[in-house]
Design a protein around this ligand. Sequence first.
Ligand SMILES: *Cc1c(COP(=O)(O)O)cnc(C)c1O
Length: 425
Amino acid sequence: MKITLLNKISTMTTPRKNGITTTLLHSDRRSGTEHGALHKPIHPSVAYGYNDSRDLVAAFQGTKPGYTYGRSGNPTTAALEAKITALEQGIGTVCFATGMAAIGHTLLSLLREGDHLVASRYLFGNTSSFLDTLSQHGVAVDYVDATDAAQVEAALKPETRAVFLETIANPRTQVADLAGIGTLCAQRGILYIVDNTMGSPALFNPKSVGAGLVMNSLTKYICGHGNALGGAITDTGLFDWASYPNIFAGYRSLKPAAQGLNQIRKKGLRDMGGTIAPEAAHHIAVGSETLALRMDRIWSNALTLARFLDGQPQVKRVDYPGLASHPQHARAAELFGGRFGGLLSFEPVAGIDSLDLLNRLDLVVSSTHLGDNRTLGIAVAPTIYFEMGPARRAEQGIAESLIRISVGIEDVADLVADFSQAFAG
Ligand SMILES: *Cc1c(COP(=O)(O)O)cnc(C)c1O
Protein backbone atom coordinates (compact mmCIF):
# COMPACT_ATOMS: atom_id res chain seq x y z
CA MET A 1 0.00 0.00 0.00
CA LYS A 2 1.33 3.41 -0.94
CA ILE A 3 0.73 6.05 1.68
CA THR A 4 1.52 9.62 0.82
CA LEU A 5 0.92 12.92 2.51
CA LEU A 6 -2.57 13.44 3.82
CA ASN A 7 -2.47 17.05 2.87
CA LYS A 8 -0.02 17.99 0.16
CA ILE A 9 -1.27 21.56 -0.02
CA SER A 10 0.02 22.53 3.38
CA THR A 11 3.38 20.82 3.06
CA MET A 12 4.45 22.46 -0.19
CA THR A 13 7.80 24.15 -0.22
CA THR A 14 7.43 27.89 -0.49
CA PRO A 15 10.76 29.22 -1.73
CA ARG A 16 11.22 32.72 -0.37
CA LYS A 17 12.18 34.88 -3.34
CA ASN A 18 11.17 38.12 -1.60
CA GLY A 19 11.81 39.44 1.89
CA ILE A 20 9.74 38.26 4.84
CA THR A 21 7.14 41.02 4.80
CA THR A 22 6.57 40.99 1.04
CA THR A 23 6.25 37.21 1.11
CA LEU A 24 3.70 37.22 3.92
CA LEU A 25 1.60 40.03 2.45
CA HIS A 26 1.20 38.35 -0.92
CA SER A 27 1.27 34.65 -0.09
CA ASP A 28 -2.52 34.11 0.09
CA ARG A 29 -3.27 36.00 -3.10
CA ARG A 30 -0.52 34.23 -5.02
CA SER A 31 -1.75 30.80 -4.00
CA GLY A 32 -5.10 31.56 -5.66
CA THR A 33 -7.71 32.51 -3.09
CA GLU A 34 -11.46 32.33 -3.73
CA HIS A 35 -12.95 35.42 -5.49
CA GLY A 36 -9.54 37.10 -5.51
CA ALA A 37 -9.77 37.59 -1.74
CA LEU A 38 -6.54 39.09 -0.37
CA HIS A 39 -6.85 37.01 2.79
CA LYS A 40 -7.42 33.29 2.75
CA PRO A 41 -11.04 33.06 3.99
CA ILE A 42 -11.93 31.36 7.28
CA HIS A 43 -13.26 27.92 6.45
CA PRO A 44 -15.15 26.54 9.43
CA SER A 45 -16.35 23.42 7.63
CA VAL A 46 -15.32 20.20 9.35
CA ALA A 47 -16.22 17.88 6.49
CA TYR A 48 -15.49 18.02 2.76
CA GLY A 49 -17.84 16.56 0.16
CA TYR A 50 -16.74 14.95 -3.10
CA ASN A 51 -18.87 14.41 -6.22
CA ASP A 52 -16.83 11.35 -7.09
CA SER A 53 -16.26 9.01 -4.16
CA ARG A 54 -12.99 7.98 -5.80
CA ASP A 55 -11.66 11.49 -5.23
CA LEU A 56 -12.34 11.08 -1.51
CA VAL A 57 -10.41 7.81 -1.62
CA ALA A 58 -7.56 9.64 -3.38
CA ALA A 59 -7.59 12.41 -0.76
CA PHE A 60 -7.39 9.78 2.02
CA GLN A 61 -4.56 7.93 0.34
CA GLY A 62 -2.73 11.14 -0.52
CA THR A 63 -2.59 10.41 -4.22
CA LYS A 64 -4.44 13.67 -4.92
CA PRO A 65 -4.43 16.80 -2.77
CA GLY A 66 -7.66 17.35 -0.87
CA TYR A 67 -9.12 17.80 2.58
CA THR A 68 -10.88 15.02 4.43
CA TYR A 69 -11.73 16.04 7.99
CA GLY A 70 -11.04 19.24 9.92
CA ARG A 71 -8.91 17.60 12.58
CA SER A 72 -6.18 16.77 10.07
CA GLY A 73 -6.12 19.98 8.08
CA ASN A 74 -8.13 22.86 6.72
CA PRO A 75 -7.58 25.40 3.89
CA THR A 76 -7.26 28.35 6.29
CA THR A 77 -4.69 26.47 8.35
CA ALA A 78 -2.86 25.36 5.22
CA ALA A 79 -2.47 29.01 4.20
CA LEU A 80 -0.94 29.75 7.60
CA GLU A 81 1.32 26.69 7.32
CA ALA A 82 2.63 28.01 4.00
CA LYS A 83 3.45 31.35 5.68
CA ILE A 84 5.35 29.70 8.54
CA THR A 85 7.22 27.50 6.06
CA ALA A 86 8.27 30.64 4.19
CA LEU A 87 9.25 32.40 7.42
CA GLU A 88 11.49 29.51 8.47
CA GLN A 89 12.65 28.75 4.90
CA GLY A 90 11.61 25.14 5.41
CA ILE A 91 10.01 22.44 3.28
CA GLY A 92 6.74 22.14 5.21
CA THR A 93 4.88 22.98 8.41
CA VAL A 94 2.18 21.44 10.58
CA CYS A 95 0.17 23.83 12.76
CA PHE A 96 -1.38 22.96 16.12
CA ALA A 97 -3.81 24.45 18.64
CA THR A 98 -0.98 25.83 20.81
CA GLY A 99 2.79 25.84 21.06
CA MET A 100 2.58 23.14 23.72
CA ALA A 101 0.44 20.99 21.41
CA ALA A 102 3.16 21.35 18.77
CA ILE A 103 5.87 20.24 21.22
CA GLY A 104 3.79 17.47 22.81
CA HIS A 105 2.43 15.96 19.60
CA THR A 106 5.83 16.10 17.91
CA LEU A 107 7.85 14.48 20.68
CA LEU A 108 5.19 11.83 21.37
CA SER A 109 4.95 10.90 17.71
CA LEU A 110 8.73 10.74 17.14
CA LEU A 111 10.09 9.23 20.38
CA ARG A 112 9.46 5.88 22.00
CA GLU A 113 10.31 3.97 25.15
CA GLY A 114 14.06 3.47 25.56
CA ASP A 115 14.96 6.59 23.59
CA HIS A 116 17.08 9.36 25.07
CA LEU A 117 16.54 13.08 24.69
CA VAL A 118 19.08 15.78 25.55
CA ALA A 119 17.42 19.04 26.48
CA SER A 120 18.66 22.44 27.53
CA ARG A 121 18.46 23.05 31.28
CA TYR A 122 17.04 26.49 30.47
CA LEU A 123 13.58 25.80 29.11
CA PHE A 124 10.12 27.30 29.03
CA GLY A 125 8.49 26.01 32.26
CA ASN A 126 5.67 24.07 30.62
CA THR A 127 8.13 22.39 28.26
CA SER A 128 10.20 21.08 31.18
CA SER A 129 6.97 19.98 32.84
CA PHE A 130 6.00 18.10 29.65
CA LEU A 131 9.45 16.48 29.47
CA ASP A 132 8.83 15.19 33.03
CA THR A 133 5.69 13.52 31.68
CA LEU A 134 7.62 12.13 28.72
CA SER A 135 10.18 10.59 31.06
CA GLN A 136 7.31 8.77 32.81
CA HIS A 137 6.57 7.17 29.44
CA GLY A 138 10.04 5.66 29.22
CA VAL A 139 11.94 8.36 27.33
CA ALA A 140 15.06 9.30 29.33
CA VAL A 141 15.70 13.04 29.43
CA ASP A 142 19.01 14.64 30.39
CA TYR A 143 19.26 18.39 31.00
CA VAL A 144 22.49 20.17 30.20
CA ASP A 145 23.79 23.72 30.05
CA ALA A 146 23.31 24.22 26.32
CA THR A 147 25.33 27.43 26.27
CA ASP A 148 28.24 24.95 26.08
CA ALA A 149 28.19 22.42 23.19
CA ALA A 150 30.71 20.23 25.07
CA GLN A 151 28.04 19.57 27.73
CA VAL A 152 25.63 18.41 25.05
CA GLU A 153 28.31 16.21 23.54
CA ALA A 154 29.10 14.64 26.92
CA ALA A 155 25.42 13.75 27.41
CA LEU A 156 24.98 11.95 24.06
CA LYS A 157 24.37 8.21 24.13
CA PRO A 158 23.85 5.62 21.40
CA GLU A 159 20.09 5.85 22.03
CA THR A 160 19.97 9.68 21.88
CA ARG A 161 17.32 10.50 19.28
CA ALA A 162 17.10 14.27 19.56
CA VAL A 163 18.49 17.42 21.12
CA PHE A 164 15.91 20.05 22.13
CA LEU A 165 16.63 23.65 23.05
CA GLU A 166 15.41 27.23 22.66
CA THR A 167 16.95 30.03 20.58
CA ILE A 168 16.93 32.42 23.55
CA ALA A 169 16.05 30.91 26.91
CA ASN A 170 13.25 32.11 29.09
CA PRO A 171 13.43 33.99 31.49
CA ARG A 172 17.19 34.71 31.80
CA THR A 173 17.93 35.01 28.07
CA GLN A 174 20.81 32.53 27.84
CA VAL A 175 21.82 31.98 24.23
CA ALA A 176 22.69 28.34 23.52
CA ASP A 177 25.70 27.41 21.42
CA LEU A 178 23.26 27.02 18.55
CA ALA A 179 25.89 26.58 15.84
CA GLY A 180 28.20 24.30 17.83
CA ILE A 181 25.32 22.00 18.78
CA GLY A 182 24.11 22.03 15.17
CA THR A 183 27.50 20.80 13.97
CA LEU A 184 27.53 18.12 16.66
CA CYS A 185 24.04 16.88 15.73
CA ALA A 186 24.94 16.82 12.03
CA GLN A 187 28.10 14.79 12.72
CA ARG A 188 26.19 12.24 14.82
CA GLY A 189 23.04 12.18 12.69
CA ILE A 190 20.89 13.31 15.64
CA LEU A 191 17.64 15.23 15.16
CA TYR A 192 18.14 18.85 16.26
CA ILE A 193 14.92 20.54 17.40
CA VAL A 194 14.94 24.27 18.14
CA ASP A 195 12.09 26.15 19.81
CA ASN A 196 12.41 29.50 18.02
CA THR A 197 9.54 31.23 19.84
CA MET A 198 11.71 33.69 21.76
CA GLY A 199 13.62 34.94 18.75
CA SER A 200 10.89 34.59 16.15
CA PRO A 201 11.82 33.85 12.54
CA ALA A 202 12.30 37.60 12.03
CA LEU A 203 15.37 37.43 14.30
CA PHE A 204 16.78 34.05 13.36
CA ASN A 205 16.20 30.91 11.29
CA PRO A 206 17.42 27.80 13.18
CA LYS A 207 17.86 26.18 9.76
CA SER A 208 21.00 28.34 9.44
CA VAL A 209 22.63 26.31 12.25
CA GLY A 210 21.43 22.91 11.08
CA ALA A 211 18.12 22.43 12.94
CA GLY A 212 16.01 19.65 11.43
CA LEU A 213 12.77 20.76 13.08
CA VAL A 214 11.84 24.27 14.21
CA MET A 215 9.03 24.89 16.67
CA ASN A 216 7.27 28.24 17.03
CA SER A 217 4.55 29.19 19.45
CA LEU A 218 2.40 31.26 17.10
CA THR A 219 0.65 32.70 20.16
CA LYS A 220 3.64 34.95 20.85
CA TYR A 221 5.45 37.27 18.40
CA ILE A 222 4.09 35.77 15.17
CA CYS A 223 0.50 36.60 16.16
CA GLY A 224 1.64 39.58 18.23
CA HIS A 225 -1.76 40.83 19.28
CA GLY A 226 -2.47 38.29 22.00
CA ASN A 227 -5.80 37.30 20.46
CA ALA A 228 -5.19 33.71 19.29
CA LEU A 229 -3.38 30.54 20.36
CA GLY A 230 -1.35 28.42 17.95
CA GLY A 231 1.83 26.43 17.43
CA ALA A 232 3.83 25.15 14.49
CA ILE A 233 6.49 22.60 13.61
CA THR A 234 8.50 23.27 10.47
CA ASP A 235 10.73 20.73 8.75
CA THR A 236 13.82 22.53 7.43
CA GLY A 237 14.64 19.69 5.03
CA LEU A 238 18.07 19.17 6.63
CA PHE A 239 17.43 15.98 8.59
CA ASP A 240 17.72 12.59 6.94
CA TRP A 241 14.51 10.82 7.98
CA ALA A 242 15.62 7.64 6.17
CA SER A 243 18.12 7.14 9.02
CA TYR A 244 15.57 7.81 11.79
CA PRO A 245 14.61 4.51 13.41
CA ASN A 246 11.16 5.51 14.71
CA ILE A 247 9.36 6.11 11.41
CA PHE A 248 6.44 3.68 11.22
CA ALA A 249 6.96 0.99 8.59
CA GLY A 250 3.83 2.02 6.70
CA TYR A 251 5.24 5.50 6.14
CA ARG A 252 8.59 4.35 4.74
CA SER A 253 7.22 4.28 1.19
CA LEU A 254 7.17 8.09 1.20
CA LYS A 255 10.21 9.97 -0.01
CA PRO A 256 12.50 10.40 3.02
CA ALA A 257 12.10 14.20 3.16
CA ALA A 258 8.35 13.80 3.77
CA GLN A 259 8.51 11.07 6.41
CA GLY A 260 9.04 13.24 9.48
CA LEU A 261 6.20 15.74 8.98
CA ASN A 262 3.90 12.98 7.72
CA GLN A 263 4.36 11.10 10.97
CA ILE A 264 3.92 14.30 13.00
CA ARG A 265 0.72 15.14 11.09
CA LYS A 266 -0.77 11.65 11.32
CA LYS A 267 0.48 10.15 14.60
CA GLY A 268 0.55 13.59 16.21
CA LEU A 269 -2.10 15.96 14.91
CA ARG A 270 -4.58 13.43 13.51
CA ASP A 271 -4.40 10.88 16.34
CA MET A 272 -3.96 13.24 19.31
CA GLY A 273 -6.14 15.99 17.90
CA GLY A 274 -4.59 19.26 19.05
CA THR A 275 -5.89 21.05 15.96
CA ILE A 276 -5.78 24.81 15.57
CA ALA A 277 -9.18 26.44 14.98
CA PRO A 278 -9.53 28.08 11.55
CA GLU A 279 -10.50 31.38 13.22
CA ALA A 280 -7.26 31.32 15.22
CA ALA A 281 -5.26 30.47 12.10
CA HIS A 282 -6.77 33.54 10.42
CA HIS A 283 -5.94 35.87 13.34
CA ILE A 284 -2.37 34.60 13.41
CA ALA A 285 -1.98 34.92 9.63
CA VAL A 286 -3.11 38.55 9.79
CA GLY A 287 -0.84 39.26 12.77
CA SER A 288 2.15 37.73 10.99
CA GLU A 289 1.96 40.35 8.22
CA THR A 290 3.51 42.94 10.54
CA LEU A 291 5.95 40.59 12.32
CA ALA A 292 9.11 42.20 10.95
CA LEU A 293 7.88 45.76 11.61
CA ARG A 294 6.82 44.95 15.14
CA MET A 295 10.05 43.11 15.89
CA ASP A 296 12.20 46.05 14.76
CA ARG A 297 10.38 48.29 17.19
CA ILE A 298 10.46 45.69 19.97
CA TRP A 299 14.23 45.11 19.66
CA SER A 300 14.95 48.79 19.71
CA ASN A 301 12.64 49.36 22.71
CA ALA A 302 14.15 46.37 24.55
CA LEU A 303 17.73 47.58 24.10
CA THR A 304 16.84 51.08 25.32
CA LEU A 305 14.97 49.69 28.31
CA ALA A 306 17.72 47.19 29.18
CA ARG A 307 20.35 49.97 29.17
CA PHE A 308 18.09 52.20 31.26
CA LEU A 309 17.43 49.47 33.84
CA ASP A 310 21.12 48.57 33.92
CA GLY A 311 21.89 52.13 35.04
CA GLN A 312 19.38 52.20 37.89
CA PRO A 313 20.69 51.95 41.47
CA GLN A 314 17.54 49.98 42.38
CA VAL A 315 18.49 47.21 39.92
CA LYS A 316 21.02 44.55 40.87
CA ARG A 317 21.36 42.79 37.51
CA VAL A 318 19.78 42.90 34.05
CA ASP A 319 19.70 39.90 31.69
CA TYR A 320 19.54 40.98 28.06
CA PRO A 321 21.77 39.61 25.28
CA GLY A 322 22.18 43.14 23.91
CA LEU A 323 24.15 44.27 26.98
CA ALA A 324 27.93 43.86 26.78
CA SER A 325 27.81 42.31 30.27
CA HIS A 326 25.66 39.37 29.06
CA PRO A 327 27.71 36.14 29.04
CA GLN A 328 26.70 35.32 25.43
CA HIS A 329 26.64 38.89 24.10
CA ALA A 330 29.22 38.24 21.36
CA ARG A 331 27.54 34.99 20.27
CA ALA A 332 24.13 36.66 20.11
CA ALA A 333 25.51 39.62 18.14
CA GLU A 334 26.99 37.24 15.59
CA LEU A 335 24.03 34.85 15.32
CA PHE A 336 21.28 37.48 15.31
CA GLY A 337 22.97 40.18 13.24
CA GLY A 338 23.19 42.80 16.00
CA ARG A 339 19.55 42.40 17.18
CA PHE A 340 18.82 40.79 20.52
CA GLY A 341 15.16 39.93 20.96
CA GLY A 342 12.34 41.41 22.98
CA LEU A 343 12.63 39.74 26.36
CA LEU A 344 14.67 40.89 29.35
CA SER A 345 14.70 40.15 33.02
CA PHE A 346 16.10 41.91 36.05
CA GLU A 347 16.59 41.51 39.76
CA PRO A 348 15.82 44.48 41.98
CA VAL A 349 18.30 45.17 44.78
CA ALA A 350 17.56 43.72 48.24
CA GLY A 351 14.84 45.68 49.99
CA ILE A 352 12.73 46.28 46.89
CA ASP A 353 9.77 43.94 46.68
CA SER A 354 9.23 42.75 43.11
CA LEU A 355 5.45 42.62 43.45
CA ASP A 356 5.34 46.16 44.91
CA LEU A 357 7.49 47.38 42.03
CA LEU A 358 5.19 45.75 39.47
CA ASN A 359 2.20 47.34 41.20
CA ARG A 360 3.76 50.78 40.84
CA LEU A 361 4.11 50.38 37.07
CA ASP A 362 1.25 51.95 35.18
CA LEU A 363 1.80 51.06 31.50
CA VAL A 364 3.59 47.77 32.05
CA VAL A 365 0.84 45.21 32.55
CA SER A 366 1.21 42.54 35.25
CA SER A 367 0.62 39.56 33.07
CA THR A 368 2.03 36.25 32.01
CA HIS A 369 2.39 35.79 28.23
CA LEU A 370 5.08 37.32 26.07
CA GLY A 371 5.45 38.61 22.54
CA ASP A 372 2.43 40.90 22.85
CA ASN A 373 2.28 44.41 21.38
CA ARG A 374 1.91 45.63 24.98
CA THR A 375 4.77 45.51 27.48
CA LEU A 376 4.11 42.82 30.07
CA GLY A 377 5.87 42.19 33.38
CA ILE A 378 5.80 39.23 35.76
CA ALA A 379 7.59 38.04 38.89
CA VAL A 380 8.45 34.57 37.60
CA ALA A 381 9.36 32.60 40.77
CA PRO A 382 5.92 32.75 42.45
CA THR A 383 4.03 32.32 39.14
CA ILE A 384 5.22 30.55 35.98
CA TYR A 385 8.19 28.86 37.71
CA PHE A 386 6.37 28.25 41.02
CA GLU A 387 5.44 24.62 40.40
CA MET A 388 9.01 23.49 39.72
CA GLY A 389 10.11 24.43 43.25
CA PRO A 390 13.12 26.32 44.64
CA ALA A 391 15.76 23.65 43.84
CA ARG A 392 15.07 23.56 40.10
CA ARG A 393 14.65 27.33 40.04
CA ALA A 394 18.13 27.65 41.54
CA GLU A 395 19.48 25.19 38.96
CA GLN A 396 18.08 27.41 36.19
CA GLY A 397 19.53 30.51 37.88
CA ILE A 398 16.10 31.98 38.60
CA ALA A 399 16.31 34.31 41.60
CA GLU A 400 13.22 34.52 43.80
CA SER A 401 12.91 38.26 43.03
CA LEU A 402 13.43 38.00 39.24
CA ILE A 403 11.09 40.12 37.10
CA ARG A 404 10.62 39.24 33.44
CA ILE A 405 9.66 41.94 30.97
CA SER A 406 8.27 41.17 27.53
CA VAL A 407 8.85 44.44 25.74
CA GLY A 408 6.08 45.76 23.50
CA ILE A 409 5.78 48.35 20.77
CA GLU A 410 4.80 51.37 22.91
CA ASP A 411 6.67 54.66 22.45
CA VAL A 412 9.89 53.97 24.27
CA ALA A 413 9.97 57.28 26.16
CA ASP A 414 6.69 56.28 27.81
CA LEU A 415 8.15 52.95 28.92
CA VAL A 416 11.26 54.57 30.37
CA ALA A 417 9.09 57.18 32.11
CA ASP A 418 6.91 54.43 33.59
CA PHE A 419 9.91 52.62 35.11
CA SER A 420 11.36 55.96 36.31
CA GLN A 421 8.20 56.85 38.21
CA ALA A 422 7.95 53.31 39.62
CA PHE A 423 11.52 53.45 40.95
CA ALA A 424 11.00 56.97 42.29
CA GLY A 425 8.02 55.67 44.26
C1 LIG B 1 4.80 30.22 25.13
C2 LIG B 1 5.89 29.31 24.79
C3 LIG B 1 5.63 27.98 24.44
C4 LIG B 1 4.23 27.41 24.44
O1 LIG B 1 3.40 28.07 23.55
P1 LIG B 1 1.78 28.16 23.80
O2 LIG B 1 1.30 28.67 22.49
O3 LIG B 1 1.56 29.09 24.93
O4 LIG B 1 1.33 26.78 24.08
C5 LIG B 1 6.68 27.17 24.13
N1 LIG B 1 7.95 27.63 24.13
C6 LIG B 1 8.25 28.91 24.46
C7 LIG B 1 9.67 29.35 24.44
C8 LIG B 1 7.23 29.78 24.80
O5 LIG B 1 7.52 31.04 25.14
